[in-house]
Write a protein that binds this ligand. Structure first.
Ligand SMILES: C[S@@+](CC[C@H](N)C(=O)[O-])C[C@H]1O[C@@H](n2cnc3c(N)ncnc32)[C@H](O)[C@@H]1O
Length: 622
């Protein structure tokens, strides 16, 4: 919603449009004419100030509401600090495609996702998340019981951050159980758009045995997997198959296959097995093209050519007729019935040719039992089978694509992505980032982890990852309660953090001390804790020259009111003043806890006469 600046006023002289619509309000008729656009916020003010117009109606929108929905955290874009001692790489290359730039991040995922925003917006092909289900039961490694509204707020904030990171053809997969699945669906509709909903899969995660069988309801054995595309029209689905038992409808066998259709003799499959003294499995692997069944074609549903051939075939019972087709399998007919070949049902699944059927949205074939040892880490209740992640990664990505999991748990997503040749980012705030994920991924990299999907994909090891933690907040309060730059920041960290805050790419020049980053080829940033004198500014301005511009962020500067006019290529600002109002400072924990309910938004900043935030005025001495 745009705003024409001259219309930002509540004075009676305000000109409002005769008819216009806004996100939540539809203004049908206004007492004055002239078309101007006005922000929703301003419109509300106008309405409440009693401005005289008729027929403003609230446009209703289907949405989920909850306590605190309107409050949003104003996240500080932290920098990520690599801990080289915890990063890990294979001793040698195993293939030419080994991937080393994977990232494991320790910390709260909301801040971590914000930290990734600058580099990864629009770059992640597949996101899988397995957030705490909000079941109220305390898991060993994290607090899973969170008040419903808090859970919704915090999920919303994370989903919004995640959405930004997706490529336009990317997708997000969220696993959940029936405590929150319906709320999550509505929430995801709101964040991703209902038209981008792809599918709601049901995954059987356990059997109705043990203590669960005494439940006063049918036994809950399902997890759900909600899938959204960033843009459904750009999302490509590669059809998937699941392994199924032999289809007993295929009970006929072609003898003398080598002679071609004119010489085929049809016998029963049982007779063929007996005669050849082979098992069904052997027969399937040796003669899949000879195992057949008959099916009545849907006469009304086929084309004219096929119809004609069916009629001829019915009248000529001893002969096999073939309709050759370019883009589909040829049609074989005998006595008007279609011959279906078992070979067409075979698919390569996990390295073997097996009977396959198209994947549905009910996933019963992924064993959750026996996964305790996957990755050689014990992670009761939360751990997901590698096979589940393999299916998701297979569907949603190609080798080399980025896969992200911001609730990493024991690191299943990264382990599988790594074995499948995808790049990965995982975020985990618990200690198990060090005790579970890092050792698991090291073992994958060393080729020692042969559990999970390793054998199916022939995993031999290779690649690596970098280990990061979130930098502390850039600003902290000193003993007088004033915001100052955190003592933990050295000059390199400060330059990187300031670049991020100002939207510059951090890329320090090796030759020019004042180039810490750039926003364009000609626009640079210089960050210093020094106090800059008028002479220093003059020298900087000369070095920058007329073809370039420089944003200077410094602790303080001495310059007359007209310094910006004197150095038109420089914009000089003080930190922390320049950044103070940008976001919440010193807030380290946005995890799923009631006390982390986002704070109400601050009052909008005061505008000066030109409609700018007066805080950012550059023409100011120290
Ligand atoms: C259900 S587990 C994920 C299990 C994982 N899919 C696996 O296969 O091992 C959820 C994880 O999310 C982590 N988590 C919860 N809130 C988080 C937050 N705000 N930031 C980062 N991690 C968080 C928990 O510590 C827990 O390890």
């Amino acid at each position: 919603m745009n705003l024409k600046v001259n219309a930002i006023t509540n004075r009676p002289s305000l000109k409002l449009p005769k008819r216009y619509s806004l996100k939540t309000y539809k203004c049908l008729r206004l007492s004055r004419q002239k078309n101007v656009r006005i922000s929703e916020h301003r419109l509300e003010k106008v309405i409440t100030s009693g401005y005289n117009f008729i027929g403003v109606t609230k446009k209703s929108k289907l949405e989920l509401t909850w306590i605190g929905k309107e409050n949003r955290p104003r996240l500080e874009p932290r920098i990520l600090l690599e801990d080289p001692a915890k990063s890990y790489h294979a001793k040698q290359r195993v293939t030419d495609n080994d991937l080393f730039d994977n990232r494991l991040i320790l910390g709260d995922n909301l801040l971590a996702l914000k930290a990734l925003e600058q580099e990864f917006t629009g770059k992640i092909k597949c996101i899988f998340i397995d957030p705490p289900y909000n079941t109220g039961s305390a898991f060993e490694h994290y607090d899973d019981g969170v008040e419903h509204s808090v859970w919704l707020s915090l999920m919303r904030d994370r989903l919004e951050q995640l959405r930004q990171l997706l490529t336009n053809d990317g997708s997000i997969w969220v696993t959940i159980d029936d405590n929150e699945v319906h709320y999550l669906k509505v929430l995801c509709d709101e964040v991703f758009g209902r038209s981008n909903f792809v599918i709601h899969n049901t995954v059987k995660r356990s059997a109705p045995t043990g203590h669960k069988s005494i439940n006063p309801t049918p036994v809950q054995v399902a997890d759900y997997l909600l899938v959204y595309a960033k843009d459904r029209s750009r999302w490509n689905y590669k059809p998937q198959y699941t392994k199924r038992d032999f289809d007993t409808a295929y009970n006929k066998f072609i003898d003398d296959y080598e002679k071609g259709p004119a010489g085929w003799k049809i016998t029963t499959l049982n007779a063929a097995l007996k005669e050849r003294r082979i098992s069904l499995d052997e027969c399937l692997s040796k003669f899949p093209e000879r195992i057949i069944r008959f099916a009545q074609p849907n006469f009304d549903g086929v084309g004219k050519e096929t119809k004609d051939l069916i009629l001829v075939s019915r009248k000529t019972p001893g002969q096999i007729f073939i309709q050759k087709r370019d883009d589909h399998a040829d049609i074989y007919l005998l006595k008007g019935d279609r011959i279906l070949f078992y070979r067409d049902k075979l698919r390569m699944i996990d390295g073997s040719l097996v009977t396959g059927e198209l994947l549905t949205n009910v996933w019963l074939d992924i064993p959750y039992q026996g996964i305790a040892n996957e990755g050689n880490v014990v992670f009761p209740k939360g751990k997901k089978p590698e096979k589940l992640l393999q299916r998701i990664v297979d569907i949603a990505t190609e080798p080399g694509d980025w896969v992200l999991d911001s609730f990493a748990g024991s690191g299943t997503t990264g382990a599988v992505a790594h074995k499948l040749g995808r790049r990965w980012i995982m975020v985990e705030m618990g200690d198990h980032c060090d005790t579970h994920i890092a050792p698991r991924l090291k073992s994958v990299i060393d080729g020692l982890d042969q559990a999970g999907v390793s054998k199916a994909v022939g995993w031999k090891g290779g690649g690596g990852f970098r280990y990061y933690r979130l930098a502390p907040s850039l600003l902290e309060k000193d003993k007088w309660g004033q915001w100052v730059i955190s003592k933990e920041f050295n000059s390199t960290m400060l330059a990187e953090a300031a670049c991020k805050l100002e939207g510059f790419t951090y890329a320090p020049s090796e030759t020019l001390y004042w180039q810490h980053g750039h926003s364009t080829e000609r626009d640079f940033i210089y960050v210093t804790t020094q106090q800059l004198s008028a002479d220093q500014l003059a020298q900087l301005s000369e070095e920058v020259g007329t073809e370039r511009t420089l944003l200077v962020l410094c602790a303080a500067f001495r310059a007359s009111k007209s310094s910006n006019e004197r150095y038109p290529n420089l914009t000089v600002k003080k930190i922390p003043k320049q950044v103070l109002s940008r976001c919440e400072w010193g807030h380290d924990d946005y995890s799923l806890k009631v006390e982390n309910l986002p704070k109400a938004p601050p009052a909008p900043p005061k505008m000066d006469k030109r409609g700018q935030q007066s805080l950012f005025d550059a023409e100011e001495g120290n």
